[in-house]
Write a protein that binds this ligand. Structure first.
Ligand code: PEP
Ligand code: MG
Length: 595
């Protein structure tokens, strides 16, 4: 917990004290944070495209020059603030100033405006995309990295054209308040030691929420208008356990939350006492509890919470937060290092699941109307543009697999045809490695995520082609119920107990059992103690989750009798609505506690 008590400035200045306000959102990451608000505008810069009349073009060019000048002045001011000892930083800013005046950037943008009769923003964007493409094609890491300098400069000029201010890094202990945050931002915040997050947009299984939980940053999302009511520097409480945010809390409220934070911490410590115990039910069913992670530096923490391995490594974060697009050797080194950190415990690497809310800077914006239904994930990997990257990843992973206990998993498989295509690419990669005499583990287990209803329905066919299944309920719920997982307006419909979902999970488990392949579940509900009894009853024996949830889930498992949970799950499958399933499970849990 972070806290700074309010200084009652109002008494000194004679103004009225500000009133405490409570806002309800979606609980995204548990814990309590008390701190000062830091407002960020992280909405993706929308670049307007506008056709301009011939007599408007000179005006656009003039606007562009003004934006360049403003950017130059801003960089000059930044340079002035940098002390001589930060030589490198100073030089980078100076280089950015040079880029601002580079003929490739300036002349090409002006040419675009004239030739295509478009506004300055759009012309600039096209130029930056073009230059970025040129850098990408250069087979030299140094030059490829210069691409990000072009992007930084481009973004600065664009913000000046659009009249939007640039952000700076939030101070440690701040509560970041934003319309929305990208998963990459959230991962950086953990390193910047921010205390908590509060956003207008987002749902409980948005990647931002998932990362906040993994990094134990208390977070409330889906607050709708929090950015409109909080001022920079306001005192704010984020209660990520209950999905509540308190603005300008009174000293009594702060004291209350301080006490709650102390209690939560004490409960956490008590739960950790089961870390070395196995997750076995009363009737001896052994459940494997593994972690979902997106960065290698989470492994130590995951093991401390009792994770028996990694059930889902979201490798796309290598693309989102790394210094450059990872190539085969980066993949290889990364996987070897993860395997080593796990000391013989198993790890499942999911191949890159990019697109939708995980859009890396290097990917051109496709302007899709429905990105969650668009060219993403395995579809992108199988496309002409994505395939080289996909193959590099597979090569790196297959080589690393020689070093230990690892599996490969494909995301977003919709059915047999797509799976066969992905397996063909894998076979091609294996063939090329053999041809090149490069050692790799040919027998690496390959599985798929079942996260689309279409895949669940044909799971019997899919099961015969792979070594394992992992059910990704975050997306399975999204696609089954047609509820965008990052849209706060429909978050109330996102129901992990909906009978349609339970029936799909049941079908998948049965299909896997019929051919004898293992099946796990790695959606966020695997870590929700209110749902775990149902999952055990449906026959799942591997649960992969945010590691912080493992101690409580283990406690539930050790207190359960799976035989009884099976009967309860069979009953749940006959119920007509999520509300009734919830009631059934809740009643069951209450009765078993009393017994
Ligand atoms: C899922 O969809 O359930 C899943 C685990 O993958 P992600 O949350 O990364 O989409
Ligand atoms: Mg998914």
């Amino acid at each position: 917990m972070t806290e700074r008590l309010p200084t009652d400035d109002s008494m000194l200045s004679g103004t009225m004290p500000v009133l405490e306000t409570v806002r309800k959102g979606t609980a995204a990451a548990p814990g309590i944070a008390i701190g000062r608000a830091y407002l960020m505008d992280r909405r993706r810069l929308k670049v307007p495209k506008r056709h301009v009349q011939p007599d408007e073009i000179d005006g656009e060019i003039e606007r562009f020059h003004r934006a360049l000048d403003a950017s130059d002045r801003q960089l000059e001011r930044i340079k002035e603030k940098i002390e001589a000892r930060f030589d490198d930083h100073y030089n980078i800013i100076a280089a950015h100033q040079l880029i601002l005046h580079d003929e490739h950037l300036v002349d090409e943008t002006i040419r675009n405006m004239r030739d295509k009769a478009v506004n300055a923003e759009w012309a600039l964007r096209k130029t930056v995309e073009h230059i970025r493409g040129v850098f990408d094609a250069i087979e030299d890491d140094y030059f490829r990295e210069r691409r990000s300098d072009i992007e930084f400069v481009g973004e600065r000029v664009l913000r000046n054209l659009l009249g939007r201010e640039l952000q700076v890094q939030p101070p440690p202990d701040a509560i970041v308040v934003a319309y929305d945050l990208s998963p990459a931002d959230t991962a950086q915040f953990y390193r910047a030691a921010v205390a908590g997050l509060a956003t207008d947009a987002g749902g409980n299984t948005s990647h931002t929420a998932i990362i906040a939980r993994a990094h134990e940053i208390p977070a409330v999302v889906g607050l709708e208008d929090i950015t409109g009511v909080v001022g920079n520097g306001d005192l704010i409480v984020v209660d990520g356990t209950n999905g509540v945010v308190v603005l300008n809390p009174s000293p009594e409220t702060v004291a209350l939350y301080r006490e709650r934070a102390r209690l939560e911490a004490a409960q956490g410590v008590a739960l950790l006492s089961n870390v070395d115990l196995p997750a076995v039910s009363k009737d001896d069913v052994r459940i494997s509890l593994v972690a979902n992670i997106d960065h290698e530096d989470e492994i130590k923490g995951a093991l401390a919470y009792g994770a028996e391995g990694v059930g889902l490594f979201r490798t796309e974060f290598l693309y989102l937060t790394g210094p450059r697009v990872p190539d085969e050797n980066d993949q290889f080194r990364h996987a070897c290092s993860v395997i080593e950190s796990l000391g013989g415990r198993p790890v499942t690497f999911r191949t890159m699941d990019l697109g939708a809310d995980k859009m890396p800077a290097f990917m051109p914006d496709l302007h899709e109307a429905n990105p969650a239904l668009g060219l993403r994930s395995i579809r992108l990997c199988l496309s002409t543009q994505g395939r080289p990257l996909f193959k590099q990843q597979l090569r790196g992973l297959l080589r690393a697999a020689k070093n230990g206990n690892m599996r490969i998993m494909f995301p977003m498989i919709s059915g047999v045809r797509e799976l066969d295509l992905a397996l063909e690419v894998l076979a091609e990669v294996k063939h090329e490695l053999t041809r090149d005499g490069i050692p790799f583990a040919a027998d690496t287990k390959v599985g798929i995520m079942i996260e689309m209803p279409s895949a669940a329905v044909v799971a019997d066919h899919l099961a015969r082609r792979v070594d394992f299944f992992s059910i990704g309920t975050n997306d399975l719920i999204q696609y089954t119920l047609a509820v965008d997982r990052v849209n706060e307006h429909v978050a109330y419909l996102y129901d992990s107990m909906h009978p349609s979902l339970l029936r799909l999970v049941d079908m998948v488990v049965r299909a896997a059992n019929t051919v004898g392949i293992p099946v796990g579940l790695c959606g966020e509900m695997a870590g929700d103690i209110n749902v775990v009894p149902l999952l055990l009853g449906l026959g799942l024996t591997e649960l992969s989750m945010n590691a912080v949830a493992i101690p409580q889930v283990k406690q539930v498992i050790r207190a359960s009798t799976v035989r009884e949970l099976r009967k309860m799950a069979a009953h749940a499958l006959t119920l007509p609505s999520g509300a009734e399933v919830k009631e059934l499970v809740w009643g069951f849990v209450q009765r078993s506690r009393k017994a």
